[in-house]
Design a protein around this ligand. Structure first.
Ligand SMILES: NC(=O)c1ccc[n+]([C@@H]2O[C@H](COP(=O)([O-])OP(=O)(O)OC[C@H]3O[C@@H](n4cnc5c(N)ncnc54)[C@H](OP(=O)(O)O)[C@@H]3O)[C@@H](O)[C@H]2O)c1
Length: 313
């Protein structure tokens, strides 16, 4: 029987997703009828492909839908929807992970090597007596060691950085020293030369990086936030950047996006703003994850990357 899929991820995304999705369905031997148009009879839809900005707000009429497949890794815009009773799966895509690893290692190395000093200090003075830093002398705190944080942590550990991971539940990851809980957070922040935040936006993680926690950091630490804007108390971070306790912050996600042109982050000499480009979901690779989840749904196998609605991620 033909599987009915509603592409509810925004019509503007349909042109780039249609062909890779159809190819991925064919590769999984799935007979699919898929459309970006709201269905005349929602009760006949088997799967919904979702991204924020699409047409669905009320999932109640989709009574036969076996899963809502989110194209993004973050689910904060849908997880609290009270009409959503169907299983929700988020995106874990190898190319998205690769992109995040490149972003995080790139910015970590930029700070570690203090490239800004050389880029901005071409003043004719030959300072050859300054000892260049070594990664093994700069501990990194990886806050969030899920699909993305663990991959970034392993990459940084591979470069020689001592990487401390922090998560909600205790974890063991080769090459990382892992912590959890409030005491674990304090322990990693006290030692961190670079803090990377790869946590989901949930009620428990909002404003995690606040004045009190920033005060635990060694003087001159760096922050990289490719996670979500609400993880950071912006006023506290701006104060820490002003004082120099935080020597530099690279921020990719914000409470309001696009970040308004008059936001102080744009103009702060110690802040780098990137426009939510740390890692993108790529249709070619992500379509295979969507198809695999539909294949699983049809074979009565557990879905990949299912969101725990109570945890919020
Ligand atoms: N900027 C971008 O381009 C971009 C792209 C993709 C994703 N992201 C962001 O990156 C986030 C992480 O993605 P992911 O795929 O790595 O997610 P994930 O696999 O779900 O991992 C989340 C990690 O955060 C930890 N965590 C959650 N709540 C916590 C809490 N209250 N206290 C301590 N740790 C907590 C989890 O702990 P446990 O291990 O104990 O569960 C886990 O280690 C996404 O939610 C999204 O916001 C950004």
């Amino acid at each position: 029987m033909t599987i009915k899929v509603y592409f509810a991820a925004g019509r503007e995304r349909w042109p780039e997703w249609e062909a890779p999705l159809r190819a991925a369905f064919a590769a999984c031997d799935l007979a699919v009828s898929m459309s970006p148009e709201p269905p005349r009879d929602p009760a006949r839809v088997d799967y919904i492909i979702f991204a924020p900005g699409g047409d669905i707000e009320d999932f109640t009429p989709y009574t036969r839908c076996k899963a809502v497949l989110n194209l993004w890794a973050g689910v904060e815009k849908i997880v609290g929807n009270p009409t959503l009773t169907q299983p929700l799966c988020r995106m874990v895509d190898p190319a998205l992970t690769e992109g995040m690893v490149e972003y995080v290692t790139g910015h970590a190395l930029r700070y570690h090597l203090e490239m800004h000093r050389h880029l901005q200090g071409q003043d004719g003075v030959w300072r050859s007596s300054e000892l260049p830093p070594l990664a093994r002398e700069r501990p990194v705190a990886m806050l969030g060691i899920g699909a993305l944080g663990a991959a970034c942590g392993r990459a940084l550990a591979g470069l020689g950085f001592p990487v401390m991971g922090w998560s909600r539940t205790p974890r063991e990851i080769d090459g990382l020293v892992c912590h959890s809980g409030e005491d674990g957070l304090k322990a990693v922040l006290r030692k961190a030369g670079i803090v990377v935040t790869l946590l989901p936006d949930t009620p428990q993680t909002r404003n995690l990086i606040n004045a009190e926690r920033l005060a635990l950091l060694p003087e001159g630490a760096y922050l990289i936030n490719p996670g979500r804007g609400p993880l950071i108390d912006d006023n506290a971070l701006l104060a820490a950047l002003d004082s120099g306790r935080v020597a530099g912050a690279t921020l990719d996600a914000f409470r309001t996006e696009p970040l308004p042109p008059d936001h102080p982050y744009w103009h702060h000499p110690r802040a780098t703003v990137t426009p939510h480009i740390a890692a993108a979901t790529r249709p070619q690779t992500a379509s295979r994850i969507v198809a695999e989840n539909i294949r699983r749904g049809e074979a009565d196998q557990p879905f990949l990357h299912r969101v725990d609605r109570d945890r919020g991620y």
